[in-house]
Design a protein around this ligand. Structure first.
Ligand code: PFF
Length: 457
């Protein structure tokens, strides 16, 4: 059964799609990747990957979703009945669910840190300008152990996030997802600009800006290219079935080309603003020799920066609210992939579908969360369950789904589908159609496959 739900307004559908794209990928993965891969040179490659590959692949997913007018599995079924392409859709649903299981745990941490910033727990025992810096760092490291690596505390907050997610999803596409995104996305940009303003006015901030924006091309290696492509795909939410699912809710007159460019540029803008927050801040306080590795950056290094500022709890609360907003608008989009699939395939009511997604999620996310407190027991292939899911989805599932979507739209979908979707059935001029088709047919599948292979070497 095709779903007959739609987003109610242009702004709403952009807010929801940008909300999905802007997530922890932009906010903590991007600065970490930029630092590991040599600063501005990485930024440049990331922009190229985003525009040359990311936008066309996004258009492939949009076209599939809006033409199929159904969930990720149903879209393939509707367009190519009786063919096994729906298995690619099923793989995207599986990918999205596996990602949700560990990502919701991180979302839970952001809720926990927001709570601890507001209630004063995070900065307890630290006196601004008095406590020695080395002591501040070890205090935050110990807090991270306590907040993330103990069994019950993080679990409680993860379940809190799951409940919030379920509450929004039950309200539906317009009243839940769209209304929430309309409020939260502007809030996210306001917080980003405020934090940017604060960090750019710190002493020696310009050193950090230079590092971030002055490319050193000698730092580019095949690894850098692979990382930039991976980052571009993750940060646009490609290969997760999300864009197929959301595009099924796009009205017939939505301009897909314009939407994809807007979403990509806004996602890029968030990443750049984040770089302009992080690099000046760590440079200014001499913390730039510490690795900006994901969790440590967010839960140790940045609290150290905040502890050096007047009103640390205020900046910390704002920052974790930013993370929470980014994470929440992403988790609802990824959970909607499964909800839509259950509604459309099994004719479930929305509320029943949300419960069917939520209950197993509690179990699986608990395993991911507990894999930090009992890492020796909860292992898969020599890694914590959490890390295993992260690695396997990023390096195997997302690229496979993306290749399948490109090959399908480029070669096997009903004739003229992409052209009709890009031109809204001939009503719009679509000058970029030949380029987009060329990238979807030849460039994207080959490059993604090469990156997958290189990743194993
Ligand atoms: N673009 C999102 C991000 O950068 O975080 C990708 C994503 C991940 C979306 C996990 C949803 C999600 F649950």
């Amino acid at each position: 059964m095709a779903s007959n739900t739609e987003f109610g307004s242009k702004i709403g559908l952009i807010a929801a799609t940008v909300g999905s794209a802007v997530g922890l990928g932009n906010i903590w993965r991007f600065p970490a990747e930029t630092q590991t891969n040599g600063g501005a040179a990485f930024l440049l490659l990331y922009v190229l990957c985003l525009l040359i590959l990311g936008v066309p692949v996004m258009l492939a997913e949009f076209s599939l979703g809006r033409a199929g007018r159904s969930d990720a599995v149903g879209a393939f079924r509707a367009l190519s009945p009786g063919k096994p392409w729906y298995l690619a859709g099923a793989m995207s649903v599986l990918t999205s669910y596996l990602i949700l299981c560990f990502y919701i745990v991180v979302a839970g941490w952001t809720l926990e840190y927001l709570w601890e910033s507001i209630s004063g727990g995070l900065f307890a025992g630290i006196e601004h300008g008095v406590t020695p810096l080395a002591e501040v760092r070890s205090l935050f490291a110990a807090r991270m152990d306590e907040y993330i690596c103990t069994p019950w505390r993080p679990l409680l907050f993860t379940f809190g996030m799951i409940a919030i997610n379920a509450g929004i999803l039950v309200c539906g596409v317009q009243k839940g997802i769209e209304n929430l995104s309309n409020v939260l996305m502007p809030l996210l940009f306001v917080i980003l600009v405020v934090l940017c303003f604060i960090t750019l006015s710190l002493p020696d901030a310009s050193e950090g800006v230079k590092y971030f924006l002055n490319p050193d091309f000698s730092k580019i290696t095949p690894r850098t290219v692979i990382s930039a492509l991976g980052q571009a795909f993750f940060s646009l939410s490609l290969g997760m079935g999300i864009l197929i699912t959301y595009a099924a809710y796009y009205p017939a007159d939505t301009r897909l080309g314009r939407t994809s460019v807007t979403v990509s540029l806004l996602s890029l803008l968030v990443a750049v603003l984040m770089g302009l927050i992080i690099f000046p801040a760590v440079k200014s306080f001499g913390l730039d020799n510490e690795p900006l590795e994901g969790a440590t950056l967010v839960f140790v290094t940045l609290p150290e920066v905040f502890a050096n500022l007047p009103y640390p709890a205020l900046w910390s609360a704002l920052f974790f609210l930013l993370l929470l907003v980014a994470a929440l608008t992403s988790t609802i989009s990824i959970a909607e992939v499964s909800v839509a699939m259950l509604r459309d395939r099994l004719n479930m009511r929305r509320s029943t579908a949300v419960i069917a997604v939520t209950v197993p999620l509690m179990l699986f996310s608990a395993v991911c969360s507990l894999s930090f407190s009992v890492p020796d027991t909860l292992q898969l292939f020599g890694q914590t369950v959490f890390n295993f899911l992260d690695t396997v989805t990023t390096n195997v599932f997302i690229p496979l789904v993306s290749i399948a979507v490109c090959v399908y739209i480029g070669w096997f979908a009903p004739k003229g589908l992409l052209r009709r979707q890009l031109s809204n059935d001939g009503r719009l001029h679509s000058p970029f159609y030949p380029v987009v088709l060329f990238v979807i047919r030849y460039v994207a599948p080959v490059l993604i496959a090469l990156v997958m292979i290189f990743n194993y070497l």
